[in-house]
Design a protein around this ligand. Structure first.
Ligand code: ATP
Ligand code: MG
Length: 329
């Protein structure tokens, strides 16, 4: 049986194949004809069209805030990804899905249906904070609780856990996409310039920074709101700080809330171990120092924050012992 870990992220789908490692990382997007419902493009090709499609075509993101919202499109996209990286073998496919902490049963059932219709025969689930820790080789035991955050595009999952299970955890619908949307409004206010979603994301990912006084700059193109003409401006890290920090602060506030629910001994052990960070948003310059300062504990950034969760998923799916310990019932 072919064994996979699949992180069907709001922005990016990652797939790990036992024996090969990470075999896919592609936008969770497709384009659909508004008239006929016919799917035209998948993955990277579909995302490139965001904001550029003709009126008759929609760019659809079938996973929203960490949950499947468009089952038919999600299944078609998953089938496309599987055809790219996991050609059918005898014995079928077993997949471990990396899912938000505390995911509801109905949401899991959707994953299940989508997986089945994409040709996956065995399905299991693991919550992403666990995988953040396993993906960066944090030694987990029954007695040593750790705290981890997975900050993605559409959601943030935070949990304190040991190998015995999750002690306290929560998922909030805040992530990188909120920053991008707010950034569009912010640039309009600052420069009277209308920019698209792809430009906003690029701006955040290129010069977004939580380092005080960071002097990075980037030239962006947009449309002058008054004249309607194309115009370029040079934007600084300081200019984009407000929309980014607003959501980072929200995320860390929630994280603190999760920590406050913990029993005293758990809290003490966890503070000693520090917080383990992964998810694409943790790529922001200065993220670990900012977090350490806000949460008053050490902050450990995964070696590659964008792939830690899927690497953790790969570790679990490759180990019967971890599958028994970590997977949701
Ligand atoms: N250098 C960067 N700086 C800031 N944000 C970044 C950077 N690189 C990627 N991101 C953001 O990280 C997010 C994608 O991260 P990730 O792949 O962890 O999310 P996801 O798994 O698709 O979403 P979710 O976990 O919410 O379902 C996007 O919002 C992306 O813009
Ligand atoms: Mg994710």
């Amino acid at each position: 049986m072919l064994k996979l870990a699949i992180d069907f992220g709001t922005a990016v789908t990652k797939i790990f194949r036992i024996g090969s490692g990470i075999v896919l990382a592609e936008p969770t997007a497709l384009t659909v004809s508004k008239e006929t419902g016919e799917i035209r493009a998948f993955g990277a090709e579909a995302k490139r069209l965001l904001g550029k499609t003709a009126e008759a075509t929609d760019v659809v993101f079938p996973v929203y805030e960490g949950e499947i919202v468009e089952e038919r499109f999600a299944a078609a996209l998953l089938e496309y990804f599987l055809a790219k990286c996991a050609r059918r073998t005898f014995g079928g496919i077993e997949a471990l899905f990396c899912v938000p902490c505390g995911i509801r049963v109905e949401a899991r059932e959707k994953y299940y249906r989508v997986a089945k219709s994409a040709g996956i025969s065995r399905v299991s689930f693991a919550e992403t904070p666990y995988l953040v820790a396993l993906g960066q080789d944090v030694p987990l035991s029954e007695s040593n609780p750790v705290f981890a955050l997975d900050i993605g595009a559409g959601k943030t999952s935070a949990a304190a856990f040991s190998l015995d299970g999750i002690i306290a955890g929560l998922t909030m619908n805040v992530g990188g996409t909120n920053m991008d949307i707010h950034l569009i409004d912010h640039i309009a206010e600052l420069y009277n310039l209308k920019i698209g979603a792809l430009t906003a994301e690029k701006l955040k990912n290129t010069i977004g920074s939580l380092i005080p006084g960071d002097l990075q700059q980037m030239v962006i193109n947009g449309r002058d709101i008054t004249t309607g003409r194309p115009r370029s401006v040079s934007v600084t890290s300081e200019d984009v700080l407000f929309p980014i920090r607003t959501y980072v602060d929200k995320i860390l506030e929630y994280a603190e809330l999760a920590m406050r629910k913990l029993p005293a001994e758990v809290s003490a052990a966890m503070c000693k171990n520090g917080v383990f960070l992964a998810g694409g948003v943790c790529n922001l310059a200065g993220f670990a120092d900012y977090t350490a300062d806000r949460l008053q504990m050490e902050a450990h950034l995964a070696p590659d924050v964008s792939t830690a969760v899927i690497l953790g998923g790969g570790r679990v799916v490759g180990s019967n012992a971890l599958m028994k310990k970590i997977c949701l019932e």
